[in-house]
Design a protein around this ligand. Structure first.
Ligand code: ADP
Ligand code: MG
Length: 406
């Protein structure tokens, strides 16, 4: 069960929303409903979940319903229909008091336009939400100072907002949300107003911060690169509907429709596809202490491969080739140690395909070992499988209709 679960959520703007919902179900489009009955479809039939500690990015063009959707989660906007659960609690059933308590416990929000109060110092801006909650001066000061430190603004607490750059003002916005110590952050285009370099810095900061605070984050963006960088998963919206959701890779590899395909066509796939996705899982490994050249050779023959990684106490330490094993066996050698080539390339599963190309170009043509943090072998990558995966993905990007140029 997810931290946040949203089921069949609708938000229609206008006096007779349920009639509009019926029309939606009958297949009328958002535009048609606007034309026929002047009702705005904000969100239509949206279902999704967000896991504890996850960053879900909601993406879509302007007007697609992103802001309406996140504001429904904490009922800043009342949904027309549907269910929302946070920690299993039905949010749509809460009365006014329950809702206030619920918002305090769970939600921090960060907006695009920073929304800082111009006549308050940085510190007092960060304190603001706690002040509203009636938290004592001492406690709110301590929490706010800590939040300012987390966003790298220690020393700026007595400055006024207009003395700060845009990036710094957004850090104040972030600190204000962090100080609330809520477990969910709703970030609506939080970085969209920042210029590109500062924006990238802020994205890095957010990811670093997230490592420490492990909040559940719903992040809205209309920028695919940002979505790919930040999102554990991405939900794509169009005309109030979620048209696709999944990891960046899922979406890039298999766009659900032309709209999604359009969105993703500019992305450099080699930056998105990771070692973990292209590797061939491998159970075949030779053990340095217990396998000799003959045993290693037998393992290679069984797996149909011409070289095999060698491990020592579970850690990958090198590679032996079938050729060297054969020679060593002929010489009567019993140990792999003299023929292990320790000059191998190891990567973690999240390394980008673009980096792998460079590594695979090496002279010896060894595969690259994909290992976890303890150096256990997870899989192997050879040039062929990398190219195959990319080819498959490019093809998928065209909706399966690969265009031939020849
Ligand atoms: N208060 C409102 N009254 C009427 N229509 C609204 C209101 N808020 C949003 N909408 C409509 O809902 C749709 C989604 O808007 P919004 O959620 O702001 O999109 P996004 O954040 O993706 O740009 C738009 O068509 C918008 O015009
Ligand atoms: Mg918006």
């Amino acid at each position: 069960m997810g931290k946040i679960v949203v089921e069949k959520l609708y938000k229609i703007f206008g006096p007779d929303p349920h009639k509009a919902m019926d029309m939606l179900r009958e297949g009328y489009s958002k535009d048609a409903i606007m034309e026929k009955m002047r009702h705005g479809v904000g969100v239509a039939d949206a279902s999704f979940h967000v896991e504890q500690g996850e960053i879900l990015v909601i993406m879509g063009l302007s007007g697609s319903g992103k802001s309406t959707l996140v504001r429904c989660i904490n009922r800043l906007i009342e949904p027309t229909a549907g269910k929302i659960f946070v920690d299993g609690e039905d949010v749509t059933g809460l009365d006014k008091r329950g809702l206030r308590r619920f918002r305090q416990k769970h939600f921090g929000m960060v907006f695009q336009n920073f929304a800082l109060l111009p006549h308050r110092t940085v510190l007092r801006n960060v304190e603001y939400g706690l002040e509203v909650q009636g938290v004592s001066v001492a406690v709110r000061r301590e929490r706010s100072m800590q939040a300012l430190e987390q966003v790298g603004l220690k020393g700026w607490e007595d400055s006024m907002p207009d003395q700060l750059s845009g990036g710094m003002q957004q850090r104040v916005g972030l600190a204000r949300a962090l100080a609330l110590e809520a477990d969910i952050m709703l970030m609506d285009e939080a970085f969209s107003a920042l210029d590109p370099l500062i924006r990238r810095d802020m994205q890095d900061e957010l990811l670093n911060l997230q490592e420490q605070v492990k909040k559940t984050i719903v992040f809205i963006s209309h920028d695919l690169d940002e979505a790919i960088k930040l999102g554990d998963r991405i939900a794509l919206m169009k005309d109030g509907r979620i048209v696709q959701q999944g990891t960046a890779e899922d979406i890039l590899a298999n766009p659900a429709n032309d709209y999604v395909a359009k969105f993703v066509e500019d992305v450099d796939l080699a930056k998105v596809i990771t070692a973990g996705a292209v590797m061939k899982k491998s159970e075949t490994i030779a053990h340095l202490r217990t396998d000799g050249p003959k045993a290693a050779l037998r393992k290679m023959q069984k797996a149909g491969i011409s070289s095999v990684f060698v491990s020592d106490h579970g850690r990958v330490v090198g590679i032996v080739t079938a050729r060297d094993c054969r020679k060593a066996a002929d010489r009567g050698e019993k140990s792999l140690a003299p023929i292990v080539d320790r000059n191998i390339q190891k990567v973690l599963p999240d390394v980008q395909a673009s980096e792998l190309f460079a590594m695979l170009g090496g002279s010896k043509n060894y595969p690259v070992a994909v290992v976890n943090e303890d150096d256990h072998l997870l899989g192997v990558i050879v040039v062929g499988s990398l190219l195959a995966k990319l080819g498959e993905t490019y093809q998928g990007e065209n909706g399966g209709k690969a265009e031939r140029q020849d």
